[in-house]
Design a protein around this ligand. Structure first.
Ligand code: OSB
Ligand code: MG
Length: 386
């Protein structure tokens, strides 16, 4: 594999209008925000990565501005001038930076793209090159769609129908106390056969166990993160009380966290968000753990732009990812996205991998600049960003 020497890493904070807001139990933000990372090598190649974070510490503790601070002031200085033979060398180079997984993941992602391009490989094939033989990626990933909390059941039904008409084969609905049982009952009455799952984003406590048990009757594929964002243990007390498999999202920050969750029986399915575990190196480790233990696995999303989504799509094409991932078509998120061409839904509720090297999509510089201008205009903390 050809090595790459890192010459420059530039950061672009963007705010993009969303086609459809995603209201969760912790609310909705008016724009999608992200730090887009542009890594340039000594020989003039560019790699792109994304730190997909909100302006508020609501999903996790990081925000787009904490990530800016960590990336600019701690991560970039450790990486400039380094020669890498593989992006899997990055975690060791930045190991003095604790936590801040999304920030670390964004920079690492740009280097995955850069090294894949330097070696003329699609990112999916480059990931596979870091796995044991037999992990050849598929040409497409099976995907589903995540739908936010709506103002009424009628609106929720209409949106589900729209997504089914578009061809999505797995529907994920966001729930919270007061928008759960009646919602699931109404959806099942209208759509008895769809593949349905619910995501609570940590809205419940163990005291709600009897209430959550009522959801068992709706034949759910899984219930995602019912309990606290930083809990594993109480999920292990809840899972035996439910027939519905628990899928962990917020509480799994590393392969080791998932190892602990499995030992405790805290969940049966993993939503692996590459940014949440700190990047694709830790994601590959987590992937292997799931593969070896037979854990049902899918790739979660953070409403990524085309940059983050292309990389997640490449990862979701790996063969041990065996449940539909939260990677939807471009028109579900942005009009237009900052990359071209758009991702389109294909038969079998799937999205095809782009052909080109690295992430395989092209960043549109003028749209990136518009996104940066919108960030400056829309965010009260923008003056902090030069
Ligand atoms: O809980 O999975 C989640 C988006 C932002 C933060 C948390 C979550 C989500 C999603 C979106 O559900 C999935 C997607 O990117 O399509
Ligand atoms: Mg989730």
């Amino acid at each position: 594999m050809k090595p790459v020497t890192i010459k420059e890493i530039k950061l672009h904070i963007v705010a993009l209008p969303l086609v459809e807001l995603l209201k969760t139990s912790f609310g909705a933000e008016p724009f999608k925000t992200a730090i887009i990372i542009e890594a340039v090598s000594e020989n003039g190649l560019t790699g792109w990565g994304e730190t997909a974070l909100k302006t508020k510490p609501s999903y996790g503790s990081e925000t787009v501005l904490t990530a800016l601070h960590i990336t600019r002031d701690f991560l970039i200085p450790k990486l400039l001038g380094q020669t890498l033979h593989s992006p899997t060398e990055v975690p060791a180079l930045v190991k003095t930076v604790r936590g801040n997984h999304h920030a670390r993941a964004g920079v690492e992602a740009a280097l995955w793209d850069l090294l894949a391009k330097a070696n003329g490989m699609r990112l999916a094939d480059y990931f596979a090159a870091h796995l044991p033989a037999g992990n050849t990626p598929r040409e497409s990933a099976v995907v589903g769609v995540s739908i936010g909390i709506q103002d009424s059941l009628d609106e929720q039904m209409a949106l589900i129908q729209k997504r089914l008409d578009e061809g999505y084969g797995r529907i994920k609905l966001k729930i919270e106390p007061g928008w759960d049982f009646e919602l699931a009952r109404a959806v099942r009455a209208r759509f008895p056969d769809i593949t349905l799952m619910l995501d609570a984003n940590s809205a419940y406590t163990l005291d709600d166990a009897d209430h959550l048990k009522q959801l068992d009757q709706f034949d759910l594929l899984m219930i995602e993160q019912p309990l606290a964002y930083d809990d594993i243990y109480e999920h292990s007390l809840l899972q035996p009380q439910l027939n519905t498999p628990i899928c962990l999202d917020e509480s799994i920050y590393s392969a080791q966290d998932w190892q602990i969750a499995m030992r405790l029986g805290a969940g049966r399915i993993l939503n692996l968000k590459p940014t949440r575990v700190g990047g694709y190196t830790e994601s590959l480790k987590t992937y292997r753990l799931c593969q070896e233990s037979g854990t049902p696995l899918w790739i979660g999303g953070m409403l990524e732009t085309g940059i983050g989504r292309a990389a997640n799509l490449a990862f979701a094409a790996l063969p041990a990812v065996n449940l539909p991932s939260d990677i939807s078509a471009t028109n579900r998120y942005f009009d237009p996205d900052i990359t071209e061409p758009p991702f389109e839904l294909a038969p079998g509720s799937s999205i095809r991998l782009p052909e080109g090297p690295g992430i395989g999509v092209d960043v549109q510089r003028e749209r990136l600049a518009e996104g940066e201008a919108r960030w400056r205009e829309s965010n009260p903390f923008a003056p902090l960003w030069g």
